[in-house]
Design a protein. Structure first.
Lengths: 191, 354
């Protein structure tokens, strides 16, 4: 994997998410704010194409850390740095190990895997932040955040095929050495 | 091995929470604030356009009445400008005397606070909280907790008058006195939760963690007077400017509004679009403003009465009979925030950025 390109891409996606991401984020008086996690799409793309699980997890760790650094508020307290990095890395590990079971060059599996990735990482993050707040978070707030995480996952899943399509154009430069084992059902490597 | 070390590092930084998070975020904010400025300009412009409330159309008669009122107000403004010039002359004399006597005499400064302009340079990555990254040309380090305000155009009837089809009015307004018809006011939009030298993080008033001691200012409407019965009193009193304020605790709801809990229903707080007793709803009715949530003038961080928002919903609390919950809509469109002003004690404004 070419780490320089990874850093540029990761920075670009994070910048996009903290600025222009506001255009595709929708506030709702009953559900709270619903927006996509664009960083997750990049993390899932790398996990699906990485040569080894460790590489995929390392890349996801970095992206999760970026999210931690650019998210300061959540109900109950100021957020900590590290939980999303850990959650992303572990979720990327799971995606890496289940990828062979999917035709992940097709839109539907991409959407499903991105939604699963988001659900795992965001539920873990929301739970950790609620525990960290030590009593300041009411169960109602926790339930609200879980609902937001579910909706965010669905939203991200819907956008994932578009993101995958765009990222496929830079796959050759981002991951020059394809995966060691070919997917049983999907095609891993360059077309 | 590398992954294990990184995971351990993440685990160690996650445990102490905000103590480690704030310095790390302050450092990385320099990576995101400068390049985010242009993009946020586009976002705030676009969001402002798509979420703007459409102005109420006005008829030709109402436009003429407004024009007459404006003429009258114009005369008053000229008179006030003359008075202001007189006061300025006196203030200059007093200021000279104070300098001469070394500031030993004379009144203290009424509002000893400075306003630091800042701009919104980024949003939160994740949608669970309501915060914004700010960029500023002055150092705001150690100004944590400082209130942040924005401005709102309270009235700009020129835009509403234009389409009426009365060229004489439109031309007169456009060419000469347009500026007289625009009145702006300050609005509280949040407070600083993290500060660095030239960047900061602002928590919006609608964030679930935001809480403030504030007041409800009930609007006195002479055409529809109301009587109020304070808690513990059996006597109804007419609402006047003297008894229009109610001390409250306001908190953000995390969904774009501010909530005020536990208001005694006898206080008769009105929401936007209220109806007078016995009045039926009709689309012909002019839109009526709800009561306002304002900051307290005796607040330490910002001793001034600044607007926060307008009451848009009053709902009874079933478990606490006789009490109501207020939902307050912020006075500015928080999704389209662009320019903001940080309020800090005077004399604490360090040097500007080179």
């Amino acid at each position: 994997m070419r780490w320089t390109l990874y850093i540029v891409l990761g920075y670009g996606v994070l910048l996009l998410q903290t600025t222009l991401g506001g255009l595709i984020t929708f506030p709702s008086a009953s559900l709270g704010t619903i927006g996509p996690d664009l960083t997750a799409i990049l993390a899932v793309f790398i996990a699906l194409n990485a040569r080894t699980a460790t590489l995929g997890m390392l890349a996801a760790w970095g992206l999760g850390l970026g999210l931690d650094l650019t998210t300061a508020t959540a109900p109950g307290c100021t957020t900590a740095i590290g939980p999303m990095a850990i959650a992303y890395a572990l979720a990327a590990g799971v995606i890496f190990h289940i990828r062979e079971g999917f035709y992940f060059e097709r839109p539907l599996p991409q959407a499903f895997l991105a939604a699963v990735f988001c659900l795992m990482s965001h539920l873990a993050w929301v739970t950790y932040q609620s525990v960290l707040a030590r009593g300041a978070v009411l169960w109602v707030w926790y339930g609200q955040m879980v609902l937001q995480a579910v909706l965010l996952s669905i939203y991200t899943g819907l956008l994932a095929p578009i993101g995958y399509l765009l990222l496929r154009k830079v796959r050759r430069w981002l991951i020059p050495v394809p995966a060691v084992a070919r997917g049983r059902r999907g095609t891993i490597g360059h077309r | 091995m590398v992954l294990a070390v990184l995971m351990a590092c993440a685990f160690l930084t996650a445990l102490p929470g905000r103590r480690v998070a704030e310095p790390l975020r302050n450092v990385t904010s320099y990576l995101f604030v400068p390049p985010g400025e242009g993009a946020m300009y586009f976002v705030s412009y676009f969001k402002g356009r798509i979420t703007a409330r459409a102005p109420r159309p006005i008829g030709a008669d109402e436009a003429r009445a407004l024009e007459a009122e404006n003429t009258q107000l114009r005369q008053q403004v000229y008179s006030l400008v003359e008075q202001r010039d007189q006061w300025w002359r006196r203030a200059t004399i007093i200021s000279g005397l104070r300098k001469q006597f070394g500031g030993r005499f004379g009144p203290s400064q009424e509002f000893p606070y400075d306003i630091i302009p800042a701009w919104v340079a980024g949003d939160e990555s994740l949608p669970y909280g309501s915060g914004r990254s700010l960029g500023t040309r002055h150092s705001v380090a150690s100004r944590k907790g400082a209130p942040v305000t924005s401005w709102v155009l309270k009235t700009d009837r020129t835009k509403a008058i234009e389409p009426v089809g009365s060229p004489a009015i439109a031309v007169d307004v456009e060419s000469k006195h347009r500026y007289l018809l625009q009145i702006t006011g300050s609005v509280l939009v949040g407070r600083l939760t993290q500060t660095a030298d030239f960047t900061a993080r602002m928590q919006l008033v609608s964030d679930a963690n935001f809480s403030i001691q504030a007041r409800i200012r009930r609007l006195v409407d002479r055409q529809h007077p109301r009587t109020v019965r304070p808690k513990g009193s059996s006597e109804f009193k007419p609402l006047t400017a003297d008894n229009s304020l109610i001390d409250v605790q306001a908190t953000g709801d995390g969904k774009g509004s501010v909530i005020v809990e536990g208001i005694w229903e006898g206080e008769d707080v009105r929401a936007r679009g209220w109806l007078a007793p016995g009045e039926a709803y009709s689309p012909e009715l002019p839109p009526r403003r709800g009561d306002q949530l304002v900051t307290r003038a005796d607040e330490m961080f910002m001793p001034a009465e600044v607007l926060v928002g307008e009451v848009v919903e009053v709902t009874p609390i079933p478990e606490h009979g006789g009490f109501v919950r207020l939902r307050v809509e912020p006075a500015v469109n928080l999704a389209a925030l662009r320019e903001v002003y940080i309020v800090v004690p005077r004399g604490a404004t360090p040097e500007a950025a080179p």
